[in-house]
Ligand binder design. Structure first.
Ligand SMILES: NC(=O)c1ccc[n+]([C@@H]2O[C@H](COP(=O)([O-])OP(=O)(O)OC[C@H]3O[C@@H](n4cnc5c(N)ncnc54)[C@H](O)[C@@H]3O)[C@@H](O)[C@H]2O)c1
Length: 624
C-alpha cells in the first residue's frame, strides 16, 4: 500500500486519464479509476482539497491516504477479483469472478439505533467513516448536469400543473395522502392528481414565463436550479451565502447575474418577470434574509423552495445570524452553539416559507429535509419544556405557527412519482475517452432511438446547446423501463464498432425509482404507508451485484442526512465486449425493474401496468 502523505488535492497527480490506453488490468477497473478521479476534478467537485464532491460533506474517498490506496488497488486489481471499499477506504481485494462487480462499496452505514449525525461525527473524527452522499462516494457524479434534467423536469411539471391554464385530460395517477386545492395550494386530504403520460415529458405545455421562482443554495446540486428554471422560461431568484459559488455558476453558464444587494436583486427579478424574460439571478445573502425581505415587501414568489444543505445542519447550513467567516470559526470552536443557531435559522426559514405559501407561493421541499429540521427544532423546544411564546424567534416580524412544518409537500409525491412508476429516473453516461465528440455520437443515437419521446428530445436539444461539460464529457437523460436496456446495448455497439473512441460508463443517481428508501423524499407518502421500508434499496444492490454491474454501492443518509435514508448506486461499463452485452441486458433491465416492482407492490396502478407490460409481474408469472 502507498505511504504517500498527501494533504491537499494535487491536480497533476490526480488528473483524470483520458484516451484509449489504460493503466489498469481491464476497462472496468480503468473506468472506476477515471470516474473516481473525475468526481474530484476541480471542475466537477465543490471542494477537492477536502475530497468533498457535493452535498455538504459528500466525499469520494475518506482521506488522501485512502484515495492513494484506492488508486493503487485499482491498478493491481485482476479481472476476477473485487475491491471492497468501507466508507471511502479500501479494505480488501477478494477473489470473485469475471462477471462480479470489480468494486463493492458500503458508505456511512450505521446500526439504526446509532444512526444519527452525533454518532457519525464521533466516528468521522476518529477517521473511521466518511459521508458518501449519493453519487460522491459511488463515483458517478458528473457535476451539476447530473441534477439539471431532474430539476428541469420538476419545474416543467410545476409549470404544467399550475401555469398551463386548463389541465388536460391525461392519464392520471392518484397519489395518496395529500391533495392540491383549487387555487394550487397544498393541503392534506384524499389524494393528489398528478398529470402524466406514458410518454416521458408529455406536457400540458405549461411554461414558467412571467413567473418569479425563489430558492436558495447554488452548490453542487442547487447550482442546477437557475438553468432548470430559465430552461422553463421563468425568472430565478436565488440566495447564496458564498460568493465563489455564485461566480462558479456564472462561469459554467448555469447562472446569468450576480447581485450583492437584496432589494436590487428583487427589483431586477420583478422587472424580468414583467418583461417575461428567462433570466437567473444569484444574490449574495442568507436565504432567511431574502425571504424576510420578500415577505416585508409583500412580493410573493410564484414558486418557492430551497436547496441549501439543510440535511447536514453542522456543515451544510449557514445560520442567518452569522456571516460566513463567523460560521466557519464557530463551527470549529463551539459545535453545540453552532447547531443551536443553525436550527433557529432553519426553523425561521421554514416559517417564512409557510407564510409565503399562505400568501400564494407554490411551495415545496426540494429534497434537503429542511421540514424535518424545523420539526426536530419544535420537538426539542417542547421537550425542554419551553412555552409556545419562547418558541418564537426574536428576529421574526410575524407570528410563528406551530405544528405546520410538513404543510408543504416534498417534490417527489408532488411531481415525480408517476415517472418512478414507469421505471424512469436519472440515467446518465460519460465518455471515458474524454472526447466530447463521443457524447455527440451518443446524443444522436439516443434521439434516433426514441423519436416518440418528445420530452426527452426537447431536453437533449437544450442540453446540447446550454450545458457546459464539467470533467469527462457526460450526459443525463431520464429513461424508463425498457429504454435504459436498449440504450445500454446500443452504446455497447458504438464501442464495439469503434464509433466512439473508448468505452462508455453508464450509471445513475441513487435518487431513482427503485434504489432508495427516504421517507421525507423519494418514498414520502407512499400509497401503502411503506415509506420507511428499506428492504428495497438493499434488494436493489443485491440484484445489481448478482447481475454483474461494474461497481455497486450501498449508502446511508444521502440527500436528507443520517438516519433518514438508505440507498444504492449502480454503475456499468459498456466496453464493446460480448460479456458486457450480457451484463448490460441483465442490469439495465433489473435495476429500473426494482422501481417498477416496488411501486406496484405499494399499489400504484401505473406501476402495475408497467410491470405487466415488461414481464415483471410476479403474480402473472406464478399463474403460468
Ligand atoms: N432535489 C434533488 O433532486 C436533490 C438532489 C441532490 C441533493 N439534494 C439536496 O439539496 C441540498 C443541496 O445539495 P448541494 O449538492 O447543492 O449542496 P452543497 O453543499 O454543494 O451546496 C449548498 C449551498 O447552500 C449554501 N447555503 C448554506 N446555507 C445557506 C443559507 N442559509 N442561505 C443561503 N445559502 C446557503 C452553501 O453556501 C452552498 O453553496 C442537499 O441537502 C442535498 O442533499 C437534492
Amino acid at each position: 500500500m502507498s505511504t504517500a502523505l498527501q494533504k491537499t488535492y494535487d491536480p497533476v497527480k490526480y488528473k483524470t486519464p483520458t484516451g484509449n490506453k489504460i493503466s489498469c488490468k481491464g476497462w472496468i477497473q480503468e473506468a472506476a479509476l477515471r470516474m473516481l478521479l473525475n468526481n474530484l476534478n476541480p471542475e466537477v467537485a465543490e471542494r477537492p482539497d477536502d475530497l468533498i464532491v457535493y452535498g455538504g460533506r459528500g466525499k469520494a474517498a475518506r482521506n488522501f491516504e485512502a484515495l492513494d490506496n484506492i488508486i493503487a488497488a485499482l491498478k493491481v486489481l485482476e479481472n476476477d477479483e473485487s475491491l471492497l471499499i468501507q466508507s471511502g477506504k479500501p479494505v480488501a481485494i477478494l477473489k470473485t469472478h469475471k462477471d462480479a462487480p470489480r468494486v463493492l462499496i458500503s458508505n456511512s452505514q450505521l446500526v439504526p439505533n446509532w444512526a444519527n449525525w452525533k454518532h457519525f461525527e464521533e466516528l468521522e473524527k476518529k477517521g473511521l467513516m466518511m459521508y458518501g452522499q449519493m453519487t460522491a462516494g459511488s463515483w458517478i457524479y458528473i457535476g451539476s448536469q447530473g441534477i439539471v434534467q431532474g430539476t428541469y423536469e420538476t419545474y416543467a411539471a410545476i409549470a404544467d400543473k399550475h401555469f398551463a391554464g386548463e389541465i388536460r385530460n391525461k392519464k392520471q395517477e392518484t397519489i395518496d395522502g395529500k391533495q392540491e386545492t383549487e387555487n394550487g395550494q397544498w393541503a392534506t386530504g384524499n389524494g393528489e392528481q398528478v398529470t402524466d403520460n406514458k410518454e416521458q415529458g408529455t406536457r400540458n405545455n405549461g411554461s414558467l414565463k412571467g413567473t418569479l421562482n425563489v430558492t436558495a443554495g447554488l452548490g453542487g446540486m442547487g447550482g442546477a436550479q437557475p438553468l432548470a428554471i430559465t430552461m422553463n422560461e421563468g425568472v430565478a431568484l436565488i440566495a447564496e451565502v458564498e460568493e465563489w459559488r455564485i461566480d462558479k455558476r456564472i462561469e459554467t453558464r448555469y447562472l446569468d447575474e450576480k447581485f450583492t444587494d437584496i432589494d436590487e436583486a428583487i427589483d431586477r427579478a420583478l422587472q424580468y418577470k414583467t418583461e417575461g424574460k428567462a433570466k437567473s439571478i444569484g444574490v449574495l445573502c442568507n436565504a432567511v434574509h431574502l425571504l424576510q425581505r420578500l415577505y416585508e415587501r409583500n412580493v410573493i414568489p410564484d414558486t418557492l423552495t430551497d436547496q441549501t444543505s439543510a440535511h447536514d445542519p453542522l456543515i451544510g447550513y449557514i445560520p442567518h445570524t452569522l456571516t460566513n467567516e463567523q460560521a466557519n470559526v464557530l463551527r470549529e470552536q463551539n459545535k453545540e452553539q453552532y447547531l443551536e443557531l443553525a436550527y433557529d435559522s432553519m426553523y425561521l426559514h421554514v416559517q417564512l416559507m409557510l407564510q409565503l405559501m399562505d400568501k400564494g407561493a407554490i411551495t415545496f421541499d426540494y429534497g434537503n429535509n429542511i421540514r424535518a429540521r424545523a420539526q426536530e427544532y419544535e420537538e426539542s423546544q417542547k421537550s425542554k419544556g419551553k412555552s409556545q411564546k419562547e418558541l418564537t424567534i426574536q428576529h421574526s416580524t410575524f407570528n410563528i405557527q406551530h405544528n405546520r412544518n410538513f404543510d408543504f409537500p416534498g417534490f417527489v409525491p408532488a411531481y415525480i412519482r408517476p415517472l418512478f412508476c414507469l421505471g424512469k429516473g436519472p440515467f446518465r453516461w460519460a465518455a471515458l475517452s474524454g472526447d466530447p465528440a463521443d457524447i455527440a455520437s451518443t446524443d444522436e443515437l439516443i434521439m434516433n432511438m426514441f423519436p416518440q419521446n418528445k420530452g426527452m428530445i426537447r431536453w437533449m436539444k437544450m442540453a446540447k446547446e446550454k450545458i457546459a461539460f464539467q470533467g469527462l464529457p457526460a450526459r443525463i437523460c431520464w429513461l424508463g423501463q425498457g429504454e435504459r436496456e436498449k440504450a445500454g446495448l446500443a452504446f455497447n455497439e458504438l464501442v464495439r464498432t469503434g464509433k466512439v473512441k473508448a468505452p462508455i460508463v453508464i450509471g445513475r443517481d441513487h435518487l431513482d425509482t427503485g434504489s432508495v428508501a427516504s421517507p421525507n423524499r423519494e418514498t414520502e407518502a407512499m400509497m401503502d404507508g411503506s415509506d420507511a421500508v428499506a428492504d428495497w434499496p438493499i434488494l436493489n444492490a443485491l440484484v445489481n451485484t448478482a447481475g454483474g454491474a461494474s461497481w455497486v454501492s450501498l449508502h446511508h443518509g444521502g440527500g436528507v442526512g443520517m438516519g433518514y435514508s438508505i440507498h444504492a448506486g449502480m454503475v456499468i461499463v459498456a466496453d464493446g465486449t460480448d460479456d458486457a452485452e450480457q451484463r448490460l441486458k441483465r442490469v439495465l433491465r433489473n435495476d429500473p425493474g426494482m422501481g417498477v416492482i416496488r411501486h406496484a407492490d405499494a399499489g400504484y396502478e401505473l406501476a402495475k401496468e408497467t410491470a405487466k407490460e415488461n414481464n415483471l409481474d410476479l403474480t402473472a408469472r406464478l399463474k403460468k
